[in-house]
Design a protein around this ligand. Structure first.
Ligand code: IVH
Length: 789
């Protein structure tokens, strides 16, 4: 070997050792030892070294985790020591029975009430919900990975297991058996699963029903590059074939495996006797929801290996181990029907009606399907057998269709063309986006009944919302009475509440004389609502209490709110374009307008008056220009433009390219010119400006903005010939910084810029002691003030 090759070999070994160490800290110990960027640097160095010296590449190099190419099929692997399954305990009694059988099998006296008998020690671990995998290490090197398969024959997934970051390609330390087969579970954490599904959704790829399916689907990829991109993890819980020495207890073995760099459970515990096992079961059960991964129970194994041998196996299960299961989070049931519910804002939502089934201890008969996109994604048909899942406290979800069980008469789920409640048309919602001055409208996932208050479902909920505590706070009107009022046609809009008579109310179910009087008094008392409460009570989609308060505080009149343009609404803090459009559309709707007008006749809405000061202060021209979303003009560009054109929209619209170029660099200047060459854009901008004026904005921002500029209040004089820029350009720059430019020098002149050929003005300046700058000094000053030439 040449010197350089020897050096490279040495460096490669160092790099591998270091990367292995960091990998182990990161993936096994969960304690990152260096920043990711540093890891990447070392990794790239190793890759480069190996590329230069291909003969030095070995299979245990960290660069070889995704070495293989895609397979056409997995090979077969025979398990010399079969991979068995576990017996299950569901109740505490089952576990006590297991412990008794262990005692009997070992000829040990069973414990009694007086502390007699012998306690057997058990190794306790969570039962991870993933897939069993066997990893074969020969002389410390990972040579093979296999699935469990049927227990005696599995699939060769060597290239895939190599991509799992916490699987050591080479064992740490020393003293490993020459042949060591470790067994454990490949799984996906809850966070990894959520991230993967989010990614899949974004790429319009298939999502996974649960972390287990995701782990299985990822491990059984023929292309290891796909597996490498999936957040898989490994956890070791036992051994298979071994040639060499190992400790004599289950816990001892696992701790030894940990020393060799294999990941084992952090929840590993030794329990003495069945009672400690039960305590372990309860403890893990309580923490189940907060663990980073899903488990379906805990596993208890007799700790002493001599005992394990003595106990042996029964059929395909060890007599020395048992899985104590938690209640299942998933169950199968039948989808009886899909019904459509209409919400307050008219959203028509599919709801699954299920054959009732107990999931993790709770009866489930309904599950929301969110929207029709979700129905399509699941490929759901009525009559299907589905998997229902209740993860933690989350509401039950339909996660999967069991296609094999689809009956011949399964029916597709169809969004009704007419509202199931009122018969009005059902329309697909639209998503409005605006960028680069253009609006794009795409189809949303939701459908809406267009019936508004003519729809009984929407009307009922609108009334319930209207009278609720945070809205008009009319006490005494429950859901049932609202149903009755609407069903009997006594109330067709919130305004009708004010027409109710004592005779009508007292007839309602559950109302007597006193309660009827109280209700009518409460309705009467609600006639002077604060504007914010009234706005909230209208139930505008996406307008909660906070937004209602902001609307009331900023625009301070119902009339203004009703007519506000979406762009004007986006001046309000926290109001984005989507919400602004919702509000605008709500008030543009003829039916809504008539309902509101009827209420205005009856109510005396409080808190209306002058435009909010904060709002007035925020309605700058710069803000307006920013809201137009002109390409390459951000908030700063908008500010510069507004200042340059003296806070006049008209001037911006009339600006020629040179003017624009003085304020902006080439790209945004072009964009502004192009934008305003479209007449509709100019009209829209002027319309917004006109509305702001009408609302009481006198566009005084001009003065205010100038006052904030660095040269505000100063008068400058230009004289002589300027070489770098024209006098006009220099004047524009000074003005954009807030200065006035005058033609004559006086004692009040702040500064004279004098180029070659300057005459009397320069002399006058020296005489009066006014500061003088040459062109270079002037440019320097401009630079200091942040203006480029
Ligand atoms: S021991 C002979 N320990 O559960 C003992 N299994 O139902 C074999 N599992 O196929 C397994 N966590 O996939 C064992 N801590 C754990 C486990 C565990 C999950 C899975 C494993 C096995 C299945 C048996």
């Amino acid at each position: 070997m040449t010197d350089t090759a020897a050096n490279a070999a040495q460096r490669i070994l160092e790099l591998r050792a270091e990367l292995d160490r960091h990998n182990h800290s990161y993936y096994v110990l969960d304690e990152p030892s260096i920043p990711d960027a540093e890891y990447d640097r070392l990794f790239r160095e190793l890759q480069a070294q190996e590329a230069e010296h291909p003969a030095l590449v070995t299979a245990d190099s960290p660069t070889q985790r995704v070495g293989g190419t895609a397979l056409s099929a997995f090979g077969e692997v025979k398990h010399e020591v079969p991979m068995l399954s576990l017996g299950n305990a569901f109740e505490e009694g089952d576990l006590l029975d297991f412990d008794r059988r262990v005692h009997e099998g070992l000829d040990l006296p069973v414990g009694d009430l007086f502390g007699g008998g012998a306690e057997v020690e058990y190794c306790c671990e969570p039962k991870l919900d993933g897939l069993a995998v066997s990893l074969l290490y020969e002389n410390g090197l990972l040579v093979r990975g296999a699935t469990r398969g049927d227990g005696s024959t599995g699939e060769n997934i060597s290239t895939n297991v190599r991509t799992i970051r916490n699987v050591p390609l080479k064992l740490h330390g020393e003293g490993w058996p020459s042949v060591l087969e470790v067994r454990g579970e490949v799984f996906m954490s809850k966070a990894g699963f959520a991230a993967l599904n989010a990614r899949q959704l974004e790429n319009s790829s298939k999502t996974f029903a649960n972390p287990r399916n995701a782990a299985a689907g990822s491990l059984r990829q023929l292309d290891p590059k796909i597996t490498a991109n999936r957040p898989l993890e490994f956890c070791c819980y036992g051994i298979g074939r071994v040639e060499g020495e190992l400790p004599a207890t289950q816990v001892g073995i696992l701790q030894q495996l940990k020393v060799w760099g294999l990941p084992i459970s952090r929840e590993l515990k030794l329990a003495r006797g069945a009672n400690e096992c039960l305590a372990y079961y309860r403890d893990i059960g309580e923490r189940r929801a907060s663990l980073a991964y899903e488990i379906d129970g805990v596993v208890f194994k007799v700790n002493d290996l001599a005992y394990q041998r003595e106990l042996g196996f029964r059929a395909r299960e060890p007599r020395w181990a048992i899985a104590h299961k938690f209640p299942a989070m998933e169950e199968l049931t039948e989808l009886l029907d899909v019904e459509f519910q209409v919400g307050r804002t008219g959203a028509v939502t599919p709801v699954a009606r299920l054959k009732p089934v107990k999931v993790a201890g709770v009866m489930v008969a309904n599950a929301t399907l969110h929207n029709m996109d979700e129905v399509a994604r699941l490929g759901l048909m009525i009559g299907d057998t589905v998997i229902i899942r209740r993860a933690g406290d989350v509401i039950p979800q339909v996660v999967q269709v069991v296609l094999e069980r689809r009956p011949a008469d399964a029916r597709p789920v169809q969004i009704p063309e007419q509202c199931p409640v009122c018969g009005s048309a059902v329309e697909r919602s639209q998503l409005i986006k605006r960028s680069k001055g253009r609006e794009t409208i795409s189809e949303g996932a939701a459908y809406r009944c267009v019936g508004r208050l003519a729809c009984g479902a929407q009307l009922k909920q609108a009334i319930i919302h209207y009278v609720s505590r945070r809205a008009l706070d009319i006490e005494g009107l429950g859901e049932k009475s609202v149903d009755q009022l609407v069903d009997e046609g006594l109330v067709r809009s919130p305004a009708d509440l004010y027409k109710l008579t004592f005779e009508q109310v007292v007839e309602l179910e559950g109302f007597a004389e006193l309660s009827s009087k109280n209700l009518l008094a409460a309705i009467e008392n609600s006639k002077k609502p604060e504007l914010a409460r009234f706005i909230y009570a209208l139930g505008i989609p996406d307008v909660g209490e906070e937004t209602a308060k902001v609307l009331a505080r900023s625009l301070a009149s119902l009339a203004r709110i009703k007519q506000a343009l979406p762009e004007v609404l986006t001046y309000l803090p926290e109001v984005g374009l989507e919400v602004a459009y919702e509000i605008h559309e709500f008030f543009s709707d003829a039916h809504n307008r008539s309902v509101i007008e009827a209420l205005e006749q009856i109510l005396d809405i409080q808190g209306q008056g002058e435009l909010g000061a904060e709002f007035a202060a925020s309605t700058t021209l710069a803000g307006l220009l920013d809201k137009l979303h002109i390409a390459s003009v951000g908030p700063t560009g908008a500010k510069t433009l507004a200042a340059k054109f003296g806070e006049s929209l008209q001037k911006v619209l009339e600006a020629d390219w040179l003017d624009l170029r003085q304020a902006l660099s080439e790209k945004p200047a072009n964009a502004v010119r192009e934008f305003f060459s479209v007449p509709e854009h100019c009209e829209r901008a002027l319309k917004i400006e006109a509305q702001l004026r009408e609302f009481g904005m006198h566009w005084e921002s001009q003065k205010r903005v100038v006052e904030g500029l660095p040269l505000a209040g100063q008068t400058w004089v230009l004289t002589g010939t300027l070489e770098v820029m024209s006098r006009d350009q220099a004047k524009a720059k000074l003005e954009s910084l807030g200065a006035k430019v005058s033609g004559s020098v006086s004692a009040k002149t702040h500064c004279v810029v004098a180029g070659p050929g300057a005459g009397s003005k320069l002399a006058k300046a020296s005489e009066l002691g006014v500061a003088v700058l040459d062109e270079a000094g002037f440019l320097q000053r401009m630079l200091e003030l942040g203006l480029t030439t």
